[in-house]
Design a protein around this ligand. Structure first.
Ligand SMILES: Cc1cc2nc3c(=O)[nH]c(=O)nc-3n(C[C@H](O)[C@H](O)[C@H](O)COP(=O)(O)OP(=O)(O)OC[C@H]3O[C@@H](n4cnc5c(N)ncnc54)[C@H](O)[C@@H]3O)c2cc1C
Length: 297
């Protein structure tokens, strides 16, 4: 199916994009890589009157590090992030970027568009929740930073107001000695994950000093697995402790039965993924190089 007719506009700057989106009003949509939006237009789930293309706005596709913080421009593609030094320095970022779909989607899709989709199956909101990220927004009323956990309010709904766009993402540089893993399970490369888990650990030997766990494709938005964190924080990581945390994560998830699997199947996946994620993060905390990504059926 072809999309319904729309007018196409190309913004040359953030200010121009905000002005165009604000002037056109409700019928306008921002366009980045088009890997989610164009799919919706083609099945006519959305019929905007105008698309404002952000893709040529300069300087929104950079990755910077400094002052204890990582900053990624909204237009940075999944592929650029996968290839970047950041993915080597902070492997959990590479786990996520490399696991998204296939080469074609990774080459066009952007981190900003991924977060703005508000899709609970999208990988970046879950990974970024694990890293305590902020989403940087700019609109007619100026700039603001919103914690990623508050940015996606509900299924396909974000806090963005009329004329407001995302310019970038930032998160604190993980502390030395801490490490994470982002593990997912999906049917094939160009499919969204059936379930995914992002997990960041700070260890002292085998003792868990701090932990952050987020679950993807496990509810209407990413889920902060606080119960699982409580099972790990301040404890020595024995098999029994890890099993209790995995069980708590599976219990806190709110998976929805669909063509990817039943609720029970998805809970058992989360249990397995938490155990796998803890195993990888521990080895990385110990300085080992471990390659992981999404696994297929
Ligand atoms: C076959 C296929 C498989 C996929 N598999 C996965 C997967 O496994 N994991 C995964 O995470 N994703 C997956 N995706 C989605 C892909 O990652 C998209 O790139 C991403 O979700 C949207 O990014 P985009 O740049 O293409 O945004 P677009 O499609 O251009 O836009 C998406 C939405 O965000 C808005 N938007 C975009 N950028 C901005 C901005 N800067 N400010 C404000 N609003 C903005 C748009 O208006 C639109 O509502 C898949 C897509 C396809 C087609």
């Amino acid at each position: 199916m072809y999309p319904a007719p729309f007018r196409y506009h190309r913004a040359g700057s953030v200010a121009e994009a905000i002005r165009m989106l604000g002037d056109i009003g409700e019928g306008a949509r921002a366009l980045a890589g088009g890997q989610s939006l164009l799919v919706l237009l083609k099945v006519r789930f959305d019929e905007p009157t105008d698309l404002v293309d952000l893709a040529r706005i300069p300087d929104l596709d950079t990755i910077d590090q400094g002052n204890g913080e990582i900053r990624i421009g909204a237009l940075t593609t999944h592929a650029s992030i996968a290839r970047s030094e950041l993915s080597t320095a902070i492997p959990i970022v590479g786990d996520c970027a490399n696991g998204i779909a296939d080469n074609q989607v990774r080459s066009r899709g952007t981190i900003g568009g991924n977060v703005c989709s508000g899709d609970p199956s999208c990988d970046w909101p879950t990974l970024l929740a694990t890293l305590d990220a902020q989403v940087h927004c700019e609109g007619p009323d100026g700039k603001r930073a919103v914690p990623v956990t508050e940015f996606v309010e509900d299924l396909y709904a974000t806090v963005l107001g009329q004329g407001e766009i995302v310019t970038g993402i930032s998160f604190p540089t993980p502390a030395v000695g801490s490490a994470g893993a982002y593990v997912g399970f999906k049917r094939c490369a160009p499919a969204y994950p059936t379930s995914s888990v992002g997990l960041q650990l700070a260890l002292n030997g085998d003792d868990c000093e701090d932990v952050r766990i987020a679950l993807g494709s496990s509810g209407l938005t990413s889920i902060h697995a606080t119960d699982a964190e409580a099972e790990l924080r301040g404890k020595t990581l024995t098999d029994d402790v890890i099993a209790k945390a995995a069980e708590a994560a599976a219990a806190q998830a709110e998976p929805i039965e669909d063509q990817r699997g039943s609720e029970d199947f998805k809970r058992s996946l989360i249990d397995t993924l938490v155990k796998r994620g803890v195993g990888v993060a521990r080895r990385r905390c110990a300085g080992e190089t471990v390659e992981v990504s999404h696994e297929y059926y």
